[in-house]
Design a protein around this ligand. Structure first.
Ligand code: OMP
Length: 237
C-alpha cells in the first residue's frame, strides 16, 4: 500500500471556504496541501487549526531565494510543525543545503523534521516552453533528471515532478527518494493550466510516491465521494 494518502491541494482564498470544504470530510484524517493562495491570506493560524483537526500538512511555498534567506525562512517554517515543505531546485545546491540546515535547526528537539522536497520543472511547463523561455537546450526529461540529481546530492528527501518522469528518476537515483506528483486529472476533467497530466491509476503504475490533487476534488460536485474514489484507486494493490 502507498504510504501517503492522496494529498488534497487546498487552493482556496479564505479560511471560511477552506473549513467549509473540509467539513464535508467529517472524521476522515487527510493529507492536505496549503499553498501560496491560502497561506498568504491565513498564515500560521490556519496551519495550527488544520493540525488540531488531525490533518497532515504539506506547506507548499516553493522557496527560491539566496541561501541565507532560505535558511532563515526554513528555520521559522520548521516551528509550525508541518509534515512537508518545498523549494525550487533551480535555486541551486547551496540554497537547498541551506534549506535543509534551516529546517534541522528549527525543528524542536524530539520532533520529526518536515520532509524537504524540490520542484524540478513545474507540471505546467512543456518541453517547448522550457526550451523557448528558459533557453535549456536538453530534453525536458534531462532537465528534470538533472534537477533530481542535484536535489538528491544536496541531501533532500525527494522532488516534485509529473508522474510521467517518476520511472526515469527511479532508474537513476537510489531509493528511497520521493516523487511527489501534481498534475493529476480524472478522465474527462479539464486540464486547465497543467501540461503534464496523468490519471491517478497512471500515477500509481508509474511509481509516483504521492499524488497531489486539487481541482479534480475541490471543483467536483461531490468532493468527498471523488476523494474516496481517488483514494481507492491509489491504494489498490
Ligand atoms: O509544488 C506543487 O505542489 C506543484 C508543483 C508543480 O509542478 N505543479 C503543481 O501543480 N503544483 C501544485 O499542485 C496543485 C495542483 O492543483 P490542480 O491542478 O488543481 O490539481 C496546485 O496547488 C499547484 O500549486
Amino acid at each position: 500500500m502507498n504510504i501517503f494518502k492522496p494529498i488534497i491541494a487546498l487552493d482556496f482564498p479564505t479560511e471560511v471556504e477552506t473549513i467549509s470544504f473540509l467539513n464535508q470530510f467529517q472524521e476522515e484524517s487527510l493529507y492536505v496541501k496549503v499553498g501560496m493562495e491560502l497561506y498568504y491570506q491565513t498564515g500560521p493560524s490556519l496551519i495550527a487549526q488544520l493540525k488540531d483537526m488531525g490533518h497532515q500538512i504539506f506547506l507548499d511555498l516553493k522557496l527560491h531565494d539566496i541561501p541565507n534567506t532560505v535558511y532563515s525562512a526554513m528555520k521559522g517554517l520548521a516551528k509550525l510543525g508541518v509534515d512537508m515543505v518545498n523549494v525550487h531546485a533551480a535555486g541551486g545546491s547551496s540554497m537547498m543545503k541551506a534549506a535543509l540546515t534551516g529546517l534541522e535547526e528549527g525543528t524542536e528537539s524530539g520532533k520529526k523534521r518536515p520532509l524537504l522536497i524540490a520542484v524540478t520543472q513545474l507540471t505546467s511547463t512543456s518541453e517547448e516552453q522550457m526550451k523557448k523561455e528558459q533557453l535549456i537546450n536538453t530534453s525536458l526529461n534531462e532537465s528534470i533528471l538533472q534537477y533530481a540529481r542535484l536535489t538528491f546530492d544536496s541531501g533532500l528527501d525527494g522532488v516534485v515532478c509529473s508522474a510521467l518522469e517518476a520511472k526515469l528518476i527511479d532508474q537513476h537515483i537510489a531509493y528511497p527518494f520521493l516523487k511527489i506528483t501534481p498534475g493529476i486529472r480524472l478522465k474527462g476533467d479539464e486540464v486547465n493550466d497543467q501540461k503534464r497530466v496523468v490519471t491517478p491509476e497512471e500515477a500509481r503504475e508509474f511509481g509516483s510516491s504521492a499524488i497531489v490533487v486539487g481541482r479534480s476534488i475541490t471543483k467536483s460536485e461531490h468532493p468527498y465521494e471523488t476523494y474516496m474514489s481517488i483514494k481507492n484507486i491509489w491504494e489498490a494493490k
